[in-house]
Design a protein around this ligand. Sequence first.
Ligand code: VGL
Ligand code: ZN
Length: 198
Amino acid sequence: MTNALIVIDVQNDFCPGGALAVTGGDEIVAGINARMGDFATVVLTQDWHPRGHSSFASSHPGKAPFETAEMPYGTQALWPDHCVQGSDGAAFHAGLNTDPAALILRKGMNPAIDSYSAFFENDQSTATGLDGWLKTRGVDRLTFVGLATDFCVAWSALDAARLGFTVTVERGLCRAIDLEGSLTAAKAQMQAAGIALV
Ligand code: VGL
Ligand code: ZN
């Protein structure tokens, strides 16, 4: 059994100057590159939304970014338009070393359902297939880094723990959005799930 590094959404739109910029998002790139060689498998995820995606505030008349909307699958935070398929904002940060990646997993492609987690869409039931891909290859230990700590990293790490992986989040190689206490809540949930926050 082996380990994998899962690099979440290190894309231009989540870095300074991007549409949904995470403070210090670009500071983690060199450190992530330096960690890649320590893992048998490297996976990169890429938030990859169609134009007009239902997680965009612009798709909800009268709503502004960072408000919420009720969706059939629950409450959804609304975001500025970001990571539109094929846009510069959706591209990986230019400094990220993509060469070691065995898999680039794109998510958030369903117009009707957002997907923070690399394992399940936000309905918590539509699988991306990553669980099977990793387990088929004998991966049992996952280390998460990337953006954003309190959304895509946390949701991915929590799903991974639920799916039986041994999970570590390297906080120094993550940065958070921190929307209304989301970082504190995410940390508590990850700790309660037995995830190592190092
Ligand atoms: C993310 C909000 C919307 C993330 C993606 O990568 O954490 N957050 N889409
Ligand atoms: Zn998104």
